[in-house]
Design a protein around this ligand. Structure first.
Ligand code: ADP
Ligand code: ZN
Length: 312
């Protein structure tokens, strides 16, 4: 009988859960609302209940837990999770109130990166950069076949690479972070600005414009929307070129909600990236779409428990 691992991926709006075998076969998966405003204890309680239901009588070896923010690994504490409104939450201890199982904490972008490395688009690479282009932009570095956390667990914050010091204000307080310029939220902002400038006299209300509004209009040939996507792709290409020169990866694996419009985005990102790269890099660099979708973080968390867990 194969050993089993449990993965949990806690996001701003949803928690994804998966029971996975050591070979990476998904036995069960589930999605529940996060409702972070109820506070960490309540949220963990609901997650634990769902986990117990999924696990039933099965024997689980370890649990991997992806959380959206930097981690103090020595204490099992999420130090800051802006999307959850949590600060210094001893999440491993909270889980330990419900389970007598080893629990491994990891940043959410890193678990998603590890999911792509073990089961998805990154399987063949030992050096790749995972980026999630969603409401914000997250990053996970796989270097030398391993997760790269940085000295304090806060490495890989690709979304906060500053690409235009006079650009839009980011949630982190800085100006012109990649996240502020090229995320799903940034697409909506650029859409609202274009609307204010009178680009769509017959257009919707500003609140009606989301990332998918812009990509859908662009697909239908709408010129102002295409220009917005070109700008977004420029910023992404710029950030990715900087990362490529720094790390010389084999590939980028791109996930997140915005990438559901990959057919219109990927060629633009690729073209911008090629413009910014020094000679010699682009021929060997692959730009791939993530394969695992929104369960990828939970699967990756289970694989983190397998690979960095009790036996390693
Ligand atoms: P989260 O940020 O909570 O992890 P997602 O990865 O689903 O969630 O990302 C949501 C973001 O993706 C939103 O900003 C949304 O506007 C954007 N988005 C979703 N689908 C598309 C699309 N087809 N084209 C462009 N943006 C999209
Ligand atoms: Zn920022």
């Amino acid at each position: 009988m194969s050993e089993k691992y449990f993965g949990v991926d806690i996001g701003g709006t949803k928690v994804m859960l998966a029971l996975v075998t050591a070979e990476g076969l998904t036995l069960k998966r589930e999605r529940i609302e996060t409702r972070a405003e109820e506070g960490p204890r309540k949220v963990v309680e609901r997650i634990a209940e769902t986990m117990k239901k999924i696990i039933g009588g099965e024997k689980v070896t370890a649990v991997g837990l992806g959380v959206p923010g930097p981690i103090d690994f020595s204490r099992g504490v999420v130090t800051l999770a802006p999307n959850l409104g949590w600060k210094n939450v001893a999440i491993v201890d909270l889980f330990a109130e419900h389970f007598d199982l080893p629990i491994f904490l990891e940043n959410d972008a890193l678990v998603a990166a590890w999911g792509e490395k073990t089961l998805g688009a990154g399987k063949d690479f030992d050096h790749f950069i995972y980026m999630t282009i969603s409401t914000g932009i997250g990053g996970g570095l796989i270097l030398n076949g391993k997760l790269y956390r940085g000295a304090y667990g806060a490495g890989g914050e690709i979304g906060h690479m500053i690409i235009d010091p006079s650009g839009a204000t980011c949630g982190c307080g800085n100006q012109g972070c990649l996240e502020a310029m090229a995320s799903g939220r940034a697409l909506a902002r650029m859409g609202r600005e274009a609307l204010e400038q009178g680009q769509w006299p017959e257009g919707p209300s500003p609140e009606g414009i989301t990332g998918s509004t812009i990509t859908n209009w662009a697909k239908a040939g709408d010129q102002p929307s295409i220009e917005i996507l070109d700008r977004q792709a420029r910023y992404l290409g710029l950030g990715m070129a900087n990362l490529t020169h720094l790390l010389d990866p084999q590939a980028f694996v791109l996930g997140g909600g915005v990438m559901s419009a990959a057919e219109i985005l990927l060629p633009r990102i690729q073209a911008a990236l090629e413009d910014y790269l020094m000679p010699g890099y682009s021929e060997r660099l692959q730009i791939l779409q993530a394969k695992l979708g929104d369960i990828g973080g939970a699967l990756g968390a289970a694989m983190v428990a397998r690979d960095f867990g009790p036996k390693n």
